[in-house]
Design a protein around this ligand. Structure first.
Ligand code: GLA
Length: 378
């Protein structure tokens, strides 16, 4: 059913506004946002949508098309009690971080696969932030909206994520990746011309979700901060490879490797941007490969399913492939020649079956538009 009709059926009134905000793939620059470095994601065409109607009391009434069960109801003044089911926190957290003080009816819907490393949480948060900004004429910029969505996730949900996913979900532009400087949140659009060069960016959702995800992410963040402290720097963004090398004997091997990933990945992002600008997809693909190897060997965030997807894609002729997102499961991307996707997908499926992994899912990632209002008639 159409979101607008569903909303009317649930709440008895038409929604005031409906927004949508996308998930993302990150071309390159992984585990770099919280190190204040450069990242290069693009928004995909899977989106979360949020329909709202402002009430003239203080009651929040909330539902999700993906969750069956009674409506969630609470008072706007009691948001921070955090006693609702987990999925509601991504939504209520945004109301909290935007300091909304009116009652609202909210219905959300999403086709961003969950747990696939494609930022379904950021898509949901950003769809809520975007629609509230419009409904209450808050006048916040895209950057401010991204920051308040991140604050909801960090402080209300309790996930220590960086800023990349929210920035791209709000600010993505069709046909472009967004080079984000996570130090000052300045951005630059970079055209993505895969299609016109007969290339496709395949997404391979490994369907693997390893238990390490949460602890592993927070631990990597802490290790990066530790190395920055050792060098007396505010973040690893300020560390050069030659400076890092001066302490190669003193630093614990694992810490050294973590920092080497960050420093080398920031360089790869710069090179990837210039490769994209000059349509050098061979060089771009090689950078994807190097990024994966560094995430696997130095940063320790890959897993057998991601490595298998990447290795098979490369062996079958991909120009480059790598894991994306936080790691320990989720998705990989592979840049492949148009027409090769079916063959490569079958080979990956066979590789997964041989290893007794779950059956992977595949789709093409198309650089799409960021958050906006929609009419809800579909
Ligand atoms: C997750 C986080 C992001 C980013 C990536 C790794 O997606 O939400 O902030 O740190 O992992 O690049």
């Amino acid at each position: 059913m159409k979101l607008q009709e569903e909303f009317e059926g649930l709440f008895g009134n038409k929604p005031d506004l409906i927004s949508q905000a996308p998930g993302r793939v990150n071309l390159i620059g992984e585990h770099i946002d919280y190190n204040n470095g450069l990242v290069l994601p693009f928004a995909i065409d899977s989106v979360a949508r949020c329909a709202i109607r402002v009430r003239n009391d203080s009651k929040i009434r909330l539902a999700s098309k993906q969750i069956t069960g009674p409506l969630i109801e609470c008072e706007i003044s009691r948001l921070s009690e955090k006693n609702e089911p987990l999925w509601t926190r991504y939504i209520l957290g945004v109301l909290w971080s935007l300091k909304i003080n009116s009652g609202i009816e909210i219905l959300v819907d999403s086709n961003v696969p969950q747990g696939a490393g494609l930022s379904s949480s950021a898509a949901l948060e950003c769809s809520v932030a975007y629609v509230l900004n419009e409904a209450f004429s808050l006048g916040l910029s895209g950057k401010e909206l991204a920051l308040s969505a991140q604050r909801a996730e960090n402080e209300f949900v309790g996930v220590p994520c960086g800023i990349m996913d929210q920035m791209i979900s709000i600010l993505g532009k069709a046909g472009h990746a967004l080079l984000i400087d996570c130090l000052d949140l300045t951005t630059k659009l970079v055209p993505v011309k895969f299609d016109s060069n007969n290339l496709k960016l395949m997404v391979i959702d490994t369907q693997a979700h390893h238990a390490l995800v949460d602890g592993g992410y927070a631990k990597r963040r802490a290790q990066c901060e530790q190395v920055a402290n050792i060098f007396g720097l505010s973040s690893l963004r300020e560390l050069s490879m030659s400076n890092l090398q001066t302490k190669s004997g003193e630093l614990e091997q694992e810490l050294f490797a973590r920092a080497r990933h960050v420093v080398s990945e920031i360089e790869r992002v710069k090179n990837a941007e210039s490769a994209l600008v000059r349509d050098d997809f061979k060089a771009f693909g090689e950078l994807l490969d190097q990024s994966h190897n560094s995430l696997r060997d130095d940063y320790g965030v890959s897993c057998p399913e991601l490595d298998c997807a990447v290795e098979v894609a490369r062996a079958e002729g991909a120009l480059g492939a790598r894991m994306i997102g936080g790691g320990f499961g989720g998705s990989a991307i592979a840049l492949v020649k148009d027409g090769d996707t079916g063959r490569i997908a079958s080979a990956i499926e066979r590789g997964f079956a041989k290893n007794n992994f779950k059956t992977p899912r595949f789709f093409d990632a198309v650089a799409s538009e960021g958050a906006r209002l929609v009419d809800g008639s579909n």
